[in-house]
Design a protein around this ligand. Sequence first.
Ligand code: AMP
Ligand code: MG
Length: 312
Amino acid sequence: MSTLTEHQAIKDAAALLRAGKLCAFPTETVYGLGADATNADAVLSIYETKGRPRFNPLIIHCADLAMAESLAEFSPLARRLAALWPGPLSIVLPQKPGNGLADVATAGLATVALRIPDHPLALALLRETGRPLAAPSANPSGKLSPTTAEQVRRGFAGAVPVLDGGPCQAGVESTIVAVDGDRVVQLRSGAMPRADIEAALGVKVDIAAENAAIAAPGMLLSHYAPEAQIRLDAAPRPGEAFLAFGPAPDFSGPMRNLSPSGDLREAARHLFSMLHELDATGAGAIAVAPIPDTGLGEAINDRLTRAAAPRG
Ligand code: AMP
Ligand code: MG
């Protein structure tokens, strides 16, 4: 690509992303399926397009340290890790309240995984877009991560626009670490070797089982779980809270409606905030109306089922 057409391609991709559309882009690890992380509908399109049946917290890509610092709290140790950016290292940090991130982007968690990718096109796109971008690998759920634009096009049968930057360097996902007080814990191995992080920081990096919940207060629990007991496919009993879907029944207790019209996308957009709100009422249990198990309903039900599972 000549510099001129490349510049235009970046402008076009940024315009799509700012308008809430998806656009795939290259990073040094794999191609990412990008969406404006401050736009819940855009993030939900990632789930629909990938056919992903589960809301995991997504890695949020930033243009620079200033953008990252607007989203999360950096301890001095976190700042030292961030000195390894740009690079294939995602850092899990406490979110800054009111940072504008859609809660579906972080699966309702109080933390967020951030990184600055080391790829000129990704950085140019992030700068031009001016928004943090959620970007899981740009492949249908269950398929291999793509390392060329052609693989992305084929994977989604041409339905997703792709900013073409040639083949990716690493071909494996970023390493994910969390900062837990004065410890650095690796949550997922990836393109930045643990030994490199240790050598650069002069600290030991512990290994956690993937998705392990680490006992720092509210820090690393990788799945949001309400305090209240969750009862699925249920009608509310007196003393409970109720999460409705579709026409609301007559109920005098605390109630939220995921979507009065029965729209699954609207329901997904409201899921985490409404669970948080009902949980905050202090009700011992939240009854949840039946939700169809199709499309985004699958991810909604997966999340609710896990929230309903007994915990140790
Ligand atoms: P990806 O699908 O490439 O965006 O990777 C997302 C993965 O990053 C998730 O499945 C988690 O394992 C991890 N992750 C993202 N955000 C967090 C977080 N706040 N806490 C713990 N792990 C996270
Ligand atoms: Mg993937």
